[in-house]
Write a protein that binds this ligand. Structure first.
Ligand SMILES: CC(C)(COP(=O)(O)OP(=O)(O)OC[C@H]1O[C@@H](n2cnc3c(N)ncnc32)[C@H](O)[C@@H]1OP(=O)(O)O)[C@@H](O)C(=O)NCCC(=O)NCCS
Length: 115
């Protein structure tokens, strides 16, 4: 898809979660992608991964709509193959000009378990 950059998976060592490392990784990626002409970043997570949904939402991602809901969150059926549903996120870089800001640091809460 023209103008779209894609993150298939992001993970932080459980011992180092909650220090804004995940945010920093996404911001670095978004900055690089934006400089190369991307206007949106897309990524996915597994249905039921509430921590991941919370994380991506905090970073400004929106869940792509669907009629199929898992735990109240829209999922795309068979996205990664038969039976492999996924939550799909999109972040409009043009609406968030501050990409690239911030450094890892202390935040409350830890991360999720499964991608
Ligand atoms: C999801 C993951 C990458 C987050 O990494 P992290 O470094 O702990 O996250 P950060 O510290 O950068 O958090 C960024 C923001 O998300 C929020 N956040 C992170 N984990 C959260 C959680 N479990 N619940 C609610 N909010 C959360 C933080 O509060 C923070 O908000 P703020 O910066 O606005 O204050 C990490 O938990 C992980 O590796 N999980 C397992 C793999 C996975 O599920 N990856 C995602 C799907 S591919």
């Amino acid at each position: 898809m023209p103008g779209a950059a894609y993150v298939h998976v992001i993970g932080v060592d459980p011992a180092h979660r909650g220090q804004r490392i995940g945010r920093w990784l996404h911001e670095q990626f978004a900055t690089t992608a934006s400089r190369r002409g991307a206007t949106v970043v897309r990524c996915i997570t597994s249905p039921g991964n509430r921590a991941s949904v919370a994380f991506h939402t905090r970073l400004g991602f929106e869940v792509e709509p669907s009629a199929t809901l898992v735990d109240g969150v829209a999922v795309q059926s068979d996205y990664d193959g038969p039976g492999l549903d996924r939550v799909c996120f999109v972040r409009d870089l043009s609406r968030q000009p501050g990409v690239g800001a911030g450094r890892p640091g202390s935040v409350a809460g830890d991360g999720g378990e499964d991608a």
